[in-house]
Write a protein that binds this ligand. Structure first.
Ligand code: KE4
Length: 426
């Protein structure tokens, strides 16, 4: 593989854009080397600026679940663009996408569109605080809900004290209202609830985690969370930015059989254009401006161009739910192939999978939370990432990410991917 043009483009980008990228994970900091610049993509394949064809397991971090440049989505966007892209006024297509999303997702009556998953989660927390009149939230170490201040928090000193900022620019004043629990550890949540009785507005969680690699919640953990929130009057927020419209029509709520109070969406709901959303039952959503006192707004929120991509995407997924089973089968096939190959290599490994989300961790112990995910051997991961890339397979450039399969991937692509793994020496 040659990367001269990507390298030259990266040097130029760094002159004008911090780190040469518009989102840090793209810069390959966790795996070393320089990022690949993409020229175009179609179906399961990326075509970089040096003419290399890559099998894509990122799908733009989730949105392109039916593959790149999927004709029904592209056609919808092109046709809509000819009529104007955004008016800052209500349009019918917003209601059409809202109606469809509400029909697919359990436990929601109303939905508000925004422009990113970050905005969706940030707004959902403000709504929960406004609805409950409480200030504090609990999140989980290793879960990522976007880059708004309330979420950029690491464990404070001691298990039941306040969080502390994990980024400059986040104030202690903000951090004190975010408490950190451990994924799959219900006791860590109960301890925080006991120590902060009557002050908690919400618990926000990735119902299947994708930002520590893929981590599946145990049923007792998620069920216990639901029961605790119900008993304590705390809103349970499912951040389904990754899982929504990926694990099935009804996302993680349907796949796991747990009802959340507030849902956050992104990625697939926008069909590859910038769309986020948050949703809940009517009694909660009616607290949002202009009906209620909780303020939230956005110039391009619900713009018809992005709505056209989201509507085309969700319409197809709603009409062809067999796609979800097809994706799950392909992911299971990849899992089995990787397992058979890695068992012959002299490396410790774990493979976590749920639906079309999967990740490989180079560690002896099961990966069930952030601490166990962080035990992964990053030297092995770098060998794995670059070794696969050299053979035309593009994986997430970090061990703390989930892969996102797209349904344009063929079994031949999966066999090529498994074969590429078999050629690696660790
Ligand atoms: P965005 O603001 O990036 O649209 O969504 C934030 C977000 C919220 N919730 C979950 C569960 C998420 O995974 C994300 C964003 N995911 C990352 C991938 N780990 C996006 C990639 C990036 O940051 O460039």
């Amino acid at each position: 593989m040659k990367y001269q043009r990507s390298s030259a483009l990266f040097a130029e980008a760094k002159k004008y854009i911090p780190g040469g990228v518009n989102s840090p994970v793209r810069a390959f900091k966790a795996v070393g080397g320089e990022p690949i610049f993409v020229k175009r993509a179609k179906g399961a394949y990326l075509y970089d600026e040096d003419g290399n064809e890559l099998i894509d397991f990122i799908a733009s971090w989730g949105p392109l679940i039916l593959g790149h440049a999927h004709a029904p989505v592209i056609n919808a966007v092109v046709e809509k663009a000819k009529m104007g892209t955004s008016f800052g006024m209500p349009t019918e297509i917003e209601t059409q996408l809202a109606q469809l999303a509400v029909s697919m997702v359990p436990n929601i009556d109303k939905i508000r569109f925004v422009n990113s998953g970050t905005e969706a989660c940030m707004s959902a927390v403000r709504l929960a605080r406004g609805y409950t009149g409480k200030d504090k939230i609990i999140k989980f170490s290793g879960c990522y809900h976007g880059h708004s201040d309330s979420f950029l928090i690491q464990a404070g000193s001691g298990a039941v004290t306040f969080g502390s900022p994990n980024s400059p620019g986040v104030t202690q004043g903000t951090a004190k209202d975010t408490l950190l629990a451990q994924y799959n550890d219900l006791d860590s949540v109960k301890a925080l609830v006991e120590a902060n009785k009557g002050t908690l507005a919400a618990i926000i969680i990735e119902p299947v985690a994708g930002n520590m690699g893929c981590i599946v919640p145990t049923t007792p953990f998620l069920k216990g969370l639901r029961e605790l929130c119900t008993a304590e009057g705390i809103l349970l927020i499912f951040d389904e930015v990754m899982t929504g419209f990926r694990l099935g029509r009804g996302g993680a709520q349907e796949a796991l059989g747990i009802a959340a109070d507030v849902l956050c969406f992104g990625k697939v709901i926008g069909g590859g254009l910038p769309v986020g959303a948050f949703a809940a039952r009517k009694e909660i959503m009616d607290h949002l401006a202009p009906d209620g006192p909780v303020y939230q707004a956005g110039t391009l929120s619900g713009n018809p161009l992005a709505m056209s991509a989201g509507l085309a995407m969700l319409t197809e997924l709603n009409e062809r739910p067999e796609v979800f089973a097809s994706l799950a089968d392909k992911t299971a096939y990849l899992h089995e192939g990787f397992d058979a190959v890695l068992a012959t290599k002299d490396v410790p490994y774990q493979i976590n999978r749920f639906g079309s989300m999967i990740s490989v961790h180079f560690t002896e112990d099961p990966v069930t939370d952030f601490a166990s995910s962080a035990k992964g051997n990053n030297a092995y991961f770098k060998t794995y990432f670059h070794g696969m890339l050299k053979q035309g397979v593009y994986l997430p450039p970090s061990a703390f990410e989930s892969y996102f399969l797209n349904d344009a991937l063929s079994y031949a692509d999966l066999d090529k991917t498994i074969a590429a793994l078999s050629h690696l020496e660790f």
